[in-house]
Design a protein around this ligand. Structure first.
Ligand SMILES: [Fe+2]
Length: 294
């Protein structure tokens, strides 16, 4: 059977379920982001319940971006998730070179099918959950021209802001790190021990410090908010991760843009990097870290 390493798993987007994307995209746009795809109306992804409504936003992170996805959701399991959780971070999407093969390989590695493999007009794809229950979307572009557009990896604004990835809170850090390395061909970039838990940074095989510095952070719950969320809903996607050359300025810009200040820039004792937290308009965390000086 095809191995994960042959499928070119590439981190692509974090999806935010949000019933009000027209309002909630403005703080992102004011905070140095741009729109890379705006798929709405009656011509795209029409389902029984109506058309899809996807807005993709990025900030100097090349391929990695966020997707604001508005109801009505197409499938029952999506509608049930939204009824239970409301606005929130819903899934991470990976691009592959063969979605049909990925569908078999991920199941063999222990992922659980949420939405079966399906050919759509512009891509083939499906949704599974990882062994702890977080959703994984897989897409293979099949159309000649349809792509969600990419940015360059150039930091944006005077503060040098760049969206670089996401944070997932896990139950079993080592088991999940091992699983993502095996099932999605990720590799460990950094590892921080924190008592019985810790934080592991994983990257896909296309990682490039200058051109494509996307990172997936897995960690055991840190701070009251993550511990409370973990106790309430179990393992989940906790934050969008950004880096900034000038973190104080990026934090101030974020507040001005409409993000809520949660924790001002301060040194993180675990990583030694200056780190800050904001809340984005859908109600979820945004984590900022200071970029290594170049
Ligand atoms: Fe998605």
């Amino acid at each position: 059977m095809t191995q994960a390493k042959d499928l070119d798993y590439t981190i692509h987007h974090l999806c935010v379920y949000d019933k009000d994307p027209r309002q909630h995209m403005w703080p992102y746009l004011r905070w140095h982001h741009g729109i890379t795809g705006y798929f709405t109306g009656d011509t795209f992804h029409i389902a029984d319940e109506g058309h899809a409504d996807y807005t993709f936003l990025g900030c100097g992170g090349r391929a990695f971006q966020i997707q604001l996805e508005a109801p009505p959701y197409q499938f029952k399991y999506e509608q049930e998730w939204y009824a239970k959780h409301g606005n929130g971070y819903n899934h991470i999407c990976w691009i592959v070179n063969d979605a049909r093969q990925s569908y078999e390989q991920l199941q063999a590695d222990g992922a659980i099918v949420m939405q079966e493999f399906q050919p759509f007009p512009t891509y083939d794809g499906f949704v599974m959950s990882d062994p702890e229950g977080r959703w994984i979307e897989i897409m293979e572009y099949t159309h000649d021209t349809f792509r969600v557009q990419e940015f360059t990896n150039q930091p944006a604004g005077e503060c040098g802001l760049r969206m670089i990835g996401f944070v997932e809170v896990v139950n079993d850090l080592d088991a999940m790190s091992d699983w993502y390395q095996k099932a999605l061909d990720l590799r460990v970039q950094e590892h921080y021990q924190n008592g019985a838990g810790g934080q592991i940074h994983l990257v896909d095989k296309f990682y490039d410090a200058r051109e494509r510095n996307t990172v997936m952070v897995l960690r055991t719950a840190r701070g009251d908010e993550e511990r409370a969320a973990m106790a309430g809903k179990g393992p989940y996607i906790s934050a969008i991760l950004y880096e900034a050359k000038d973190i104080e300025r990026a934090f101030a810009d974020g507040e001005w843009a409409g993000m809520e200040a949660i924790a001002a820039p301060a040194e993180d004792p675990l990583t030694g990097l200056k780190t800050a937290k904001l809340r984005e308009p859908s109600g979820n965390l945004v984590e900022l870290r200071e970029a290594a000086s170049s």
